[in-house]
Design a protein around this ligand. Structure first.
Ligand code: PLI
Length: 479
């Protein structure tokens, strides 16, 4: 038991879903069958599922109630009107195009604004966002501050854009080839690190003076607003919903994976202020997602999403509790000696695999291996966020080699309790104590796009690395 502060849940539990732990021998068989990729595990073989906080949230009774009145009309669904109204109210953008999830919105936006030869700056890449930019002929350029790449840096806003890097890019490039900048807030791949309102204001001013659009990745913007409230001196005490509106007012559009902040299990949207862009996006929605009044969603999904959005900002307690859970796990892991990304972010705890598995070089995929080992030891599923996720340069096919080599433990919203979190912390301690035995991995199957989802790996034979205990592990005999 830990004494770290954890706010009481601002809800009580009405429906439960049973979970059951399988034995270590069964987990060994499961991770072997999954090619050492936690994405390929069956969820029935997982005890505590921290793979992602995307679409894995528990909906409220009000969300379930709204699902019953979903309007399933192909065209002109009133459920779309409810969604549109909620987006306008919560975020403040003028026009809304529904999509099946975040990458649907990224796809449409990239098609509308990127031409071959364009460059799209952003505060660190996100996997699907960068891929859609590349598929549209663009190149992503990272303009995040250097501190973001350092897991030890205590900077409170490691998601901030480095204005000097951005300016340098605009001086080197024909500005007409920079259609927009993407601002992830918070930055998923950097450890859930937030962007400050002050930095967003500077970016907005800089870009607006040069005709460069600012596009917010709003997937967890409510969490970013809460971190601003906690960490930015002149924002303390302001309601999260007001900070969020200020963030959005500094941007021209957003892409949204509504499977996160909005407590929904599916859904997304593209929201914009520019009428011309809206017309083009609406048209492409009909091509790739579905008619512009459903965008790949059922009417009931749009109702659940609209209610989730209203709920997420109606009381600060929702997001405050959520972030306190993440921090509770972070503190507990830190206390147990686990190397982590500092400071604690908004949606997940990020374990530093470089410092956990010092004997595994990045070319042997330490974070991939660590995520498999954590599953084997305790049935806890996290995911790799390092060199495997970073993928390859589309032209040279060279692997990107990020500084951050991390395992992410993401907390679904309103799903797990304090004792689950204590179990996770104890589980990671077990893995930490046997860290020297954990082998590196090699690819046995590498898909071309977003390889982390479907890749398969095998342990690198102990003979090549030396070490008897590693040999035992490679043969699957350690369980
Ligand atoms: O998974 P989608 O298509 O709804 O959204 C893509 C997406 C866009 N931006 C950000 C910051 C994300 O985190 C994101 C999806 N994230 C997932 C699935 C995650 O596990 O973090």
């Amino acid at each position: 038991m830990s004494t770290h502060e954890l706010l009481p849940e601002p809800y009580k539990i009405k429906v439960i879903e049973p979970i059951q732990a399988i034995s270590r021998a069964q987990r060994q068989a499961a991770i072997d069958a999954a090619g050492y990729n936690t994405f390929l595990l069956r969820s029935d073989d997982v005890y505590i599922d921290l793979l992602t906080d995307s679409g894995t949230n528990a909906m409220s009774d009000s969300q379930w109630a709204w699902m019953m009145v979903g309007d399933e009309a192909y065209a002109g669904s009133r459920s779309f009107e409810h969604l549109r109204d909620a987006v306008q109210q919560v975020y403040g953008y003028r026009y809304v195009v529904p999509t099946h999830q975040g990458r649907g919105a990224e796809h449409i936006l990239s098609k509308c604004l990127i031409r071959p030869g364009c460059v799209v700056p952003g505060n660190m890449y996100f996997t699907t966002t960068r891929l859609h930019q590349e598929l549209a002929g663009g190149t992503f350029v990272d303009v995040i501050i250097d501190e973001a790449h350092d897991p030890d840096s205590q900077h409170p806003f490691k998601g901030n854009v480095d204005l000097e890097k951005l300016e340098k890019l605009t001086l080197e490039m024909d500005i007409s080839k920079i259609p927009y900048i993407t601002i992830g807030a918070p930055v998923n791949m950097a450890g859930g690190q937030p962007v400050s309102l002050e930095n967003l204001r500077q970016v907005s001013e800089f870009c607006r003076a040069r005709g460069i659009r600012v596009v917010l990745d709003a997937a967890r913007a409510i969490e970013n607003a809460r971190l601003i409230q906690e960490r930015e001196a002149d924002q303390a005490g302001r309601p999260v919903k007001d900070i969020l509106r200020d963030m959005c007012s500094l941007t021209d559009a957003c892409t949204m994976s509504a499977k996160k902040d909005a407590f929904a299990n599916i859904g997304g949207f593209l929201a914009v202020n520019d009428e011309g862009l809206f017309e083009e996006a609406k048209n492409l929605c009909a091509v790739y997602e579905g008619l512009h009044t459903y965008g790949g969603l059922a009417g009931r999904d749009m109702e659940a999403l609209a209610q989730g959005l209203r709920e997420a900002v109606e009381r600060d307690e929702w997001v405050a509790h959520r972030i306190s859970q993440v921090r509770y796990l972070w503190e507990n892991l830190k206390e147990r000696g686990i190397p982590l990304v500092h400071p604690c972010g908004g949606h997940a705890v990020f374990v530093d695999a470089r410092r956990f598995l010092t004997h595994v070089p990045q070319s042997h995929y330490p974070a991939q291996s660590l995520s498999a080992a954590i599953y084997l030891d305790s049935g806890v599923r996290g995911m790799e966020r390092g060199i495997v996720s970073a993928g390859r340069d589309p032209e040279t096919r060279q692997e990107h080699e990020p500084e951050l080599e991390l395992v992410r433990l993401a907390l679904p919203r309103r799903v797990y309790t304090q004792s689950h979190l204590d179990f996770v912390a104890d589980g990671l301690r077990k893995t930490w104590l046997r860290r020297d035995e954990i082998p590196g991995l090699k690819f046995v199957f590498e898909p071309r796009y977003l390889r982390f989802f479907q890749a398969r790996f095998a342990p690198i034979a102990a003979k090549a690395r030396g070490g008897k205990r590693e040999a035992a592990l490679a043969r699957g005999k350690q369980g």
